[in-house]
Design a protein around this ligand. Structure first.
Ligand code: GTP
Length: 605
């Protein structure tokens, strides 16, 4: 297919606005999949089990479609993007291989926070934007209002907005036509030396890491010797395929095409997103890569007991092969033993990861309270000045330095966008204030909807901000955020003591103004969560030597069957067995057994 007949595009949308449904429709209309397929198996592009369950797209998937328009054959490369705030970085990397996007907006819900964020991502990348309203079949759909919002916010001409129903298959041809007519073909050169952009990777049991590449120039063929511009490592091309959306093996890929490359890379850590691939022995100009994914939330992960260490390690290794956004470092804890510290893009990403550990590998690890990365400037000492290392970054409260050594502390901030109906404005503003937010902008996007922009500390939003916002607004407010660097902030280490022994796994780094409240909440919750023991337990929260809060847990009798009179042996055995099973799930910390849930529950709601 000539370059002029190729189009590369993405669909960008707020969660649930119908991106996957539209993608399926496009596949059907171009004959890539059969119509009327089993309903339960819809949304072909959402492959992972967790995605099905949670209804969110986690890993970007792509497909090549063949479309006949006015007797000419076009190759449309659809690059699917994830639709949740945690994954906005993945959206931007998928966009780098596109010339245009379909900006899909629910005609009932209207413009939402991610619509705004996604619009600016596409706009900032100079991409052609095809505005499309979806779900016009819904009785409450109000296309006029939503067109007006798009005009107010983004200066989009309402007459250019397509109106479709992905579910009912209405207007799909118009979308395909708009892709062909309004998007430019990719700026590629088939006669130049081969170079390709590696923009995503996945892992295959038998073939190792598979890279999704966009061929910018030249041709790549089976058996070619290729080289990574980033690592300088050399590989032989073992497999090439198109995604239609199932893999179709091919012998070569030419400039303008998107395909899957297999070259015996062991892990996706070798497949660097944004890398340029070229032929061995040739020098090419490196393609503009993009910012690497930056983990925002860190948590310790430990096996329930050390006998499961190897099993857990294998599971983590396998999962991270497929998800190069997760960072892994070895970590040890006095109470929990050998484990790892993992970095995630956000809390949802962390939950998806631990859910996959359980579902796909049967691993049930202990996961500690999540933390963000803080920046600390240490008081100058001769040694530090000599090493030039007076700035440290920590995401593990256990590594927080002694207060006397600290000059200044900084915390990561985000720029948040919230869109909400008027009636929830009051409670949302209170929520943002309680989370130490500073309002930077408020705009009416129509008669009864407002867009708010806030500078917020990342640590205040990672845990439950999104959920709280949804609850406060009966689900109507939407939220998105982007990273905005570090800001000076008065931080302290809040410790939890059990009978006088500090439990580092339960400690956290908090803003000074929050320490009292959080300390009280923590001990209160721990009192509820920690089961009674043979001895009394004092639960205390402290900063340095100063105790902020205390609760006591009264002692308890050990033999759960003692209170049963009569001699029903089987019942007695059953109870003892239950108690033993319960024990297995405990960890001994400071001579006190803690249920594994304690560590994650304590910081959750
Ligand atoms: P993420 O993958 O989480 O980003 O969601 P998505 O944007 O891919 O949304 P998805 O395609 O999963 O659709 C969300 C819901 O909207 C599903 O229940 C769809 O059946 C429904 N839906 C999609 N398109 C239409 C439409 O045109 N009309 C109606 N009534 N419902 C639709």
């Amino acid at each position: 297919i000539p370059v002029e007949q190729i189009r590369n595009f993405s669909i960008i949308a707020h969660v649930d606005h119908g991106k996957s449904t539209l993608a399926d429709r496009l596949l059907e209309h171009t004959g890539a999949i059969k119509t009327g397929r089993d309903k339960s198996n819809q949304q072909v592009l959402d492959k992972l089990q967790v995605e099905r369950e949670r209804g969110i797209t986690v890993k970007a998937q792509s497909a090549s479609l063949l479309y006949n328009y006015n007797g000419e054959k076009f190759l449309l490369n659809l690059i699917d993007t994830p639709g949740h705030v945690d994954f906005s970085n993945e959206v931007s990397r998928s966009l780098s291989a596109c010339q245009g996007v379909i900006l899909l907006v629910d005609a009932n819900d209207g413009v939402q926070a991610q619509t705004v964020a996604n619009f600016y991502l596409a706009f900032g990348n100079d991409l052609v934007i095809i505005p499309v309203l979806n779900k016009i079949d819904l009785p409450n759909a109000d296309p006029e209002r939503v067109c007006h919002q798009l005009q107010t916010l983004f200066d989009i001409d309402p007459s250019t907005i397509l109106k479709i129903s992905a579910k009912k298959g209405i207007g799909i041809d118009k979308v395909l036509e708009a892709i062909v007519k309004t998007l430019p073909s990719p700026p590629v050169d088939r006669n130049a030396k081969f170079r390709a952009l590696l923009f995503d990777s996945s892992h295959d049991k038998y073939r190792g890491a598979l890279s999704l590449i966009f061929v910018k120039d030249g041709t790549i063929s089976l058996g070619d010797n290729i080289c990574s511009a980033h690592t300088k490592k050399e590989y032989e091309v073992k497999s090439l395929s198109l995604l239609r959306p199932d893999e179709v093996p091919v012998k070569k890929l030419v400039a303008g095409q998107i395909g899957l490359l297999g070259c015996n890379m062991r892990s996706s850590k070798e497949a660097h997103i944004g890398d340029t691939i070229h032929h061995v022995g040739e020098t090419v100009e490196v393609l503009p890569g993009f910012q690497p994914l930056k983990p925002m939330v860190f948590a310790g992960i430990y096996p329930m007991d050390q006998s499961q260490h190897i099993h857990l390690r294998n599971a983590i290794e396998k999962l991270t092969l497929n998800d190069s956004a997760v960072t892994v470092e070895v970590d040890t804890s006095p109470a929990l033993g050998q484990g790892w510290r993992l970095g995630f893009l956000g809390l949802l990403h962390m939950e998806v990861f631990s859910q996959r550990l359980e579902q796909e590998y049967g691993a049930e690890p202990i996961i500690t309270a999540p933390s963000v990365t803080y920046k600390i400037k240490l008081k100058p000492t001769k040694q530090l000045i000599k090493d030039g290392s007076d700035i440290i970054y920590i995401n593990n409260p256990a590594h927080f330095p002694d207060t006397v050594k600290i000059e200044e502390t900084f915390e990561p901030m985000v720029k948040a966008t919230i869109i909400t109906p008027d009636e929830y404005l009051g409670s949302i503003i209170s929520l943002c204030m309680e989370r130490r937010g500073v309002q930077t902008n408020a705009t009416n996007i129509d008669n009864n909807r407002v867009m708010l922009q806030y500078d917020l500390p990342l640590c205040e939003i990672v845990l439950d901000f999104h959920d709280t916002l949804k609850t406060l607004s009966s689900g109507y407010a939407s939220f998105d955020y982007e990273d905005s660097g570090y800001q000076s902030s008065n931080l302290v280490k809040l410790q939890i003591l059990l009978n006088g022994t500090a439990v580092d796994e339960l400690s956290s780094i908090v803003h000074i103004t929050k320490s009292q409240t959080i300390g009280k909440q923590m001990v209160h919750r721990l009192k509820d969560i920690i089961p009674r023991q043979m001895v009394q337990i004092a639960v205390q929260a402290a900063i340095g030597g100063k105790i902020l809060a205390r609760e006591n847990i009264k002692p308890y009798r050990k033999d759960v069957t003692a209170k049963l009179y009569g001699g029903d042996v089987t019942r007695r055995m059953k109870l003892l067995a239950q108690q033993a099973a319960g024990k297995k799930k405990m960890r001994m910390v400071a001579n006190i057994s803690l249920p594994r849930e304690t560590f994650i529950d304590v910081l959750k709601k």
